[in-house]
Design a protein around this ligand. Sequence first.
Ligand code: GUN
Length: 288
Amino acid sequence: MTAQLLAGAPAAAALLAATAERARALSRPPGLALVRVGDDPASASYVRGKDRRAREAGLRSTVYALPEETSQTELLSLLADLNAAPDVDGILVQLPLPPHLDAAAVLRAVDPAKDVDGFHPCNVGELWSGRPGLTPCTPAGVMALLAHYGIPVAGRRAAVVGRSLIVGRPMAALLLAADATVTLAHRQTPDLGAVTREAELLVVAAGQPHLITPEMVRPGAVVVDVGINRVVDGSGAAHLTGDVHPAVAGVASALTPVPGGVGPMTVAALLANTVAAAERRSALPVCP
Ligand code: GUN
């Protein structure tokens, strides 16, 4: 079997086009505030990409690039201003934050109605209560990718490998909300292969290059690889690789490539969340 490759670009383009159309229907452009702290080049590059895509989709995006030495109080003060700003509909604080900052407290300080990352405990609770509102962007992007390619979720046995706040946990919740039967596993799961081999739909977000090998995959399964690992080969050249070994293409019926699979969906889902937040903000916030 050679797996169908599920490219992210066409699915992301479709979601971005639909999002841009919804943005145009609003009385003013939806406003997105992108906050990052410190000099991490990967974070700076992700935020630049989000800002560029947001502008292309007709949103009013502003980047707040704060110095590494920003204090918790200063960051919370900026978030209070953004929460109060009437023309800001969505707020994203790029993770990871420098270690001297309390990330959990920072995420709790974002108004849940503007929490376009879906990381506030109120939005996490809504998601696990089966009422997804603003949902984390990468798992929301995976669901949109599956829908774009007409891959059914309801009634399927799904496994998620990885339990992060950003991907694994919300991914499991979204699959459950879509009527899959879900197992949430991780790198400490004994005999991980026994769990993954059960899955008709396997989503991997463990952050370990090539963790999933062909013998761990059920023949004909749909495999979504969320991993983006920078590895250096024997010649010293760096390249990106996923959590799934490329040889899995010989076993799976469909597989997302890395790079070029899930990656573009995350930004598209962020902008869709921002427009949804703008559409909803006249209603009551999720948690008053
Ligand atoms: N860092 C890696 N992924 C994400 C994400 O989806 N949102 C934020 N805020 N930070 C991230």
